[in-house]
Design a binder for this molecule. Structure first.
Ligand code: 3H9
Length: 678
């Protein structure tokens, strides 16, 4: 069965692509589209053309798996130029997502009709690229440079309604009658001169006001810091106003090819597939029947519990939240309500949606109210004794067959499970703070966790908008376990003479949002402190005793001004020197290169041990965890992909140079010239 077929409806030829799952524009599809257009052109009885897709979506883009391989068949640009060149009207009929190359197909058609639920976008920038089939040249000419800029340089898709408002969609048609409505629309265009996006003049907005490009760059500065593609995108859209269409396409090509050959795009394409791979669980049949989850229980209404609950409420799943004391319960639910209201105020949801979410919440002071929940997640104090008590209690109250999950960030999930008579229904669900915002969810698979339990929670993660990765049971799981050697090195280096702000700066320059000492200040240095200012046994005790509790009191490792700008503190410098002397640490100059290697290489080494012990299913899962949970810069592809790009032999040599341990897997792979990601 060919992937592209044609269908005659009197004087209209309908070209239909059916290339599951997302109608990616692979070679056979491009050939089919060209053949379809040729058929329409060579048949005088055809008066107009409709291009549509079967399956769940209109073309979701070029086929990313073909990137980096030799191009076969017509290029996408050749294929779509044929559409635009036609004198007979060509109409794109859009449902699902018209993304990247798919949006470029739509732009090359003379008209676009879409169902109300459709989305259109140019997300190439999220793959470290810019559109490469004239999208940066046709879109500004059709919709204006100002409207094109966020689409090209940020890459978020827009709704059909928004697309109509900027001229990208001509008509919104019935959700269930796209095929027929598109044919009727095409028939109405017969005999009229065809409008071509490449001949549009909307891009003159950027010519009249060239300041929009710099303004946009400034507005987005934080978001695009470190990424190459957004700037290339801005440049390409600007070129659409400065150059002829043909010259503009050549400029786009030049920018596209440069990005395609670079490490950033390779890293971001790696991440695209890594994120999808993380959702797959080795050894579990994806067709395993799932446990229905229609009601969730959360224990603890503090920051973590409240945030966890909001994920489910926002996804329309009723939640019962339990606290010990009325005051804490009221405070917790109050904070949730406020968070929703703020989100609505910022326009990210309607007030009505916020109210609907809150109406699904049942606050309670009794564990008994959790009896009929299908999944209960505890977010209580991180103490094994407390956790085991909670799980024993839950086991006796919550109905048989329900899943019991712990939000622990480092405790032994097998031991927690042992407090119940249903260890196969127990697992870890490690959310990251703020739990309603952070994307990452570590699913901790206990020794006895049943397949259907893990698969159910994996599927549920997607429903609540999380990116989940499976970890085995080990202290700190994947994420915190790898954080630990980095922190150890950071602490050790400041005792050996490195400036703590330089340690932070090295990570900032690498692309992290903050360094370890800034992070301590943000989290609060006094967390877990014994609160006795006379008992000073560590550097941290000394900081706490001096009232340097972190950002919340205006001073921690740094002094903070009112705008929360940090300045290294003389008091802290003196404290560090004093402690270093006490510990007999010799002081020396430590270069930024050494800081960089000693912070990051041990993380790669820990990642190798995690793989060696089978605690992560695959190296790319580790990348997913670090990018989504800890701010590892996406454009490097995550710690394991990054290590591959700089060479495992270089990592080993660096570790040895600094007298740091080297995992067996790492040294073997390095010696064999292998990489983590194959
Ligand atoms: C481009 O177009 C460049 C052009 O400008 C120029 C060219 C010259 N290719 O995400 P899902 C696979 S760049 C190949 O789980 P959802 C995906 O790996 C492209 N494969 O589904 C997965 O495979 P598996 C610009 C693709 O419903 C399966 O499809 N376009 C592609 O959650 C299902 O995917 C984009 O960047 C692809 N383009 O979300 C859009 N897309 O089942 C990328 C998906 O084996 N795609 N697959 O794991 C998406 O954003 C989402 O897939 C989409 C559906 C929203 C469409």
């Amino acid at each position: 069965m060919p992937v592209v077929t044609t269908e005659r409806h009197d004087d209209i030829l309908v070209i239909i692509s059916d290339n599951p799952p997302v109608n990616a524009l692979r070679q056979a599809v491009r050939e089919g589209l060209v053949a379809g257009i040729d058929e329409a052109m060579s048949d005088d009885s055809v008066q107009a053309v409709v291009i549509r897709c079967d399956g769940r979506t209109f073309f979701a883009g070029a086929d990313i798996t073909e990137f980096g391989k030799a191009m076969k068949g017509p290029s996408l640009l050749e294929a779509i130029d044929r559409m635009e060149a036609s004198e007979k009207p060509v109409v794109a009929a859009i449902h699902g997502t018209a993304l990247g190359g798919g949006c470029e197909v739509a732009l090359a058609c003379h008209y676009r009709v879409a169902v109300p639920s459709a989305k259109l976008g140019l997300p190439e920038v999220k793959l470290g690229l810019i559109p490469g089939a004239a999208g940066t040249q046709r879109l500004p000419r059709l919709a204006g440079a100002e409207a094109a800029l966020p689409m090209v340089a940020i890459g978020n898709p827009i709704s059909a309604q928004k697309a109509q408002s900027i001229g990208l969609v001509d008509k919104i048609v019935g959700e269930d009658s796209l095929a027929a409505d598109a044919i009727a629309f095409a028939r109405e265009q017969i005999g009229k001169p065809v409008p071509r996006a490449s001949e549009g003049t909307a891009n003159e907005d950027g010519v009249k006001n060239p300041a929009i490009f710099d303004e946009f760059r400034q507005k987005m500065a934080r978001k695009i810091r470190g990424f190459d593609a957004p700037n290339a995108g801005i440049e390409a859209v600007k070129a659409a106003g400065e150059l002829s269409y043909q010259e503009g396409v050549a400029r786009e090509r030049e920018l596209f090819l440069k990005l395609m050959a670079g490490t950033q795009s390779a890293a971001m394409r790696h991440y695209f597939f890594a994120e999808r791979a993380a959702g797959k669980i080795d050894g579990i049949d994806p067709a395993t029947p799932l446990i229905p989850i229609s009601k969730v229980g959360v224990i603890g209404a503090g920051t973590m519990g409240g945030g966890i609950a909001m994920n489910f409420l926002s996804a329309g799943v009723p939640v019962t939240i339990v606290e010990m004391k009325r005051e804490a319960l009221d405070r917790g639910t109050g904070v949730m309500r406020k968070n929703y209201e703020n989100t609505a105020r910022r326009g990210r949801m309607t007030m009505e949606q916020a109210q609907t979410a809150m109406s699904l919440l049942t606050p309670s002071l009794s564990y008994d109210d959790l009896a009929d929940c299908d999944l209960v997640i505890e977010a209580v104090f991180e103490d094994m004794g407390v956790k085991k008590e909670v799980f024993g209690k839950l086991d006796s109250i919550v109905k048989k067959g329900a899943i019991l999950a712990s939000n622990t960030s480092y405790l032994d999930v097998n031991e927690i499970a042992s407090a119940t008579k249903r260890p196969e229904y127990v697992l870890g669900m490690h959310f990251f703070s703020p739990a309603n915002i952070m994307k990452l969810l570590e699913l901790v698979r206990g020794e006895k966790t049943a397949d259907d339990v893990l698969l159910t929670v994996m599927k549920l993660s997607k429903k609540i908008g999380k990116i989940a990765a499976v970890s085995g049971v080990c202290p700190g799981f994947i994420g915190n376990r790898m954080l630990s050697p980095r922190q150890q090195q950071a602490n050790a280096m400041i005792m050996e003479g490195a400036n703590y702000w330089e340690v932070d700066d090295v990570l900032l320059e690498f692309g992290f949002p903050m360094g370890p000492f800034q992070m301590s200040d943000l989290a609060g240095i006094d967390i877990g402190w014994h609160r006795d200012p006379d008992k000073i046994e560590t550097m941290r005790d000394a900081l706490c005793a001096a009232g340097r509790w972190g950002q919340k009191v205006g001073k921690g490792f740094y002094d903070y001004d009112e705008a929360r700008q940090r300045t290294p503190s003389d008091e802290v410098k003196a404290l560090i020197a004093e402690w270093a002397a006490k510990e007999g640490k010799e002081q020396r100059e430590i270069s930024k290169d050494e800081i960089h290697e000693r912070l990051l290489y041990p993380m790669v080494n820990e990642g190798a041990m995690i793989l060696e012990e089978g605690m992560a299913q695959r190296a790319s899962d580790i990348d997913v965890v670090w990018i989504n949970g800890y701010g590892w810069p996406l454009y490097t592809g995550g710690p394991m992909f990054w290590a591959d790009t700089i060479g495992l032999d270089a990592i080993v040599a660096g570790l040895e140079k600094h007298g740091l341990p080297v995992a067996e897997m790492l040294s073997k792979k390095a010696a064999a010239g292998e990489t983590f990601n194959g």
